[in-house]
Design a protein around this ligand. Structure first.
Ligand code: NDP
Length: 293
């Protein structure tokens, strides 16, 4: 069994990006720049945004978090987005989700300049993905695809079962793995909460990808011998032995499923670090697109 080490792969990507940034800066140009918009004080969102900023700085990007109070209105947030869209010094930005309930998330995402949409959530970028035209891929599916490529996992003609059909993980991933390219050409089935006889389906999977957000949902009796398991789930469960009082687990019961798997991602340290890494790859692409155009 091989552990797919997302942390290590992300570090490889950072080292590649750092070298590229050093070259850019030594040629007298400014480095790529990104911004994160954070609304409110949700601890998970604050943690993600801080990690993104830290990593961006580590690879030489210029990075900034713009923090707004939870009381910001839809109109005020749209105005801030307009400013970022028109600021030539910002190559890409993200709006950290989820937003407070009084904000219409879709309207905010639609307002992002697609050329700066490094999260790849704008419908233009999702459409470009569908027709295989160059755009920004959503970071988590992109990270999973990158892991598949870098670990040389054969997907051609394989049966992939994805549990979860959200717009940020399961649905775009199903498209990417089905398309004709390296890391694609698989036969993909997407399960969701209304899927009947899920176990029969997961037992038929050569590659099982979980993105449902249910701690340790997939058990050893649900997978076949030799399966490749990619677990995108990040769930907090109580852990009295930890100082924080909780620990992070995936959607897969790692200890037992790993005994049957040929490849498996751990949680933490699997898909999670790749999401931030691909955000940085998208930022570099946004920068280059701007410099070249
Ligand atoms: P959503 O809640 O948006 O989607 C969950 C999906 O799982 C839905 O399609 C839902 O079905 C399906 N589902 C829920 N319960 C079941 C079930 N019992 N059987 C089958 N399908 C089920 O979640 P996200 O996609 O946003 O996130 C999923 C997980 O991935 C979370 O743990 C999240 O923290 C993690 N995540 C990790 C990231 C990373 O960087 N690694 C990035 C983004 C998310 P239905 O559509 O019918 O409701």
């Amino acid at each position: 069994m091989i552990i797919i080490d997302g942390k290590h792969t992300a570090e490889e990507i950072y080292s590649e990006l750092r070298k590229e940034t050093e070259k850019i800066v030594s040629s007298g140009k400014r480095p790529p720049s990104l911004v994160a918009i954070l609304v409110g004080n949700d601890p998970a969102s604050t943690h993600y945004v801080r990690s993104k900023e830290k990593i961006a700085k580590k690879i030489g990007f210029s990075s900034q978090t713009i923090h707004f109070p939870i009381s910001i209105t839809q109109e005020e947030l749209l105005q801030e987005i307009k400013k970022l869209n028109n600021n030539p010094d910002i190559d890409g930005y993200i709006v950290q989700l989820p937003l407070p309930k009084h904000i219409d998330e879709q309207e905010i995402i639609f307002a992002i300049n697609p050329d700066k949409d490094i999260d790849g959530f704008h419908p233009l970028n999702l459409g470009k993905m569908l027709v295989q035209s160059e755009g920004f891929l959503p970071a988590t599916p992109y990270g999973i695809l990158e892991l598949i490529k870098r670990y040389d996992i054969n997907t051609v003609g394989k049966k992939v079962v994805i549990i979860g059909r959200s717009l940020i993980v399961g649905r775009p991933l199903s498209i990417l793995l089905n398309q004709k390219h390296v890391g694609g050409n698989a036969t993909v089935c997407v399960a969701h909460s209304k899927t009947k006889n899920l176990k029969k389906l997961t037992l038929s999977a050569d590659i099982l990808i979980t993105a449902l957000g249910k701690p340790e949902f997939v058990t050893a009796d649900m997978v076949k011998e030799g399966v490749v398991v990619i677990d995108a789930g990040i769930n907090q469960i109580e852990d009295k032995n930890s100082a924080k009082g909780y620990k992070l687990v995936g959607d897969v019961k790692f200890d037992e499923v790993s005994k049957k798997a040929s490849y498996i991602t751990p949680v933490p340290g699997g898909v999670g670090p790749m999401t931030i890494a691909m955000l940085m790859v998208n930022t570099m692409r946004a920068y280059k697109n701007k410099i070249i155009s």
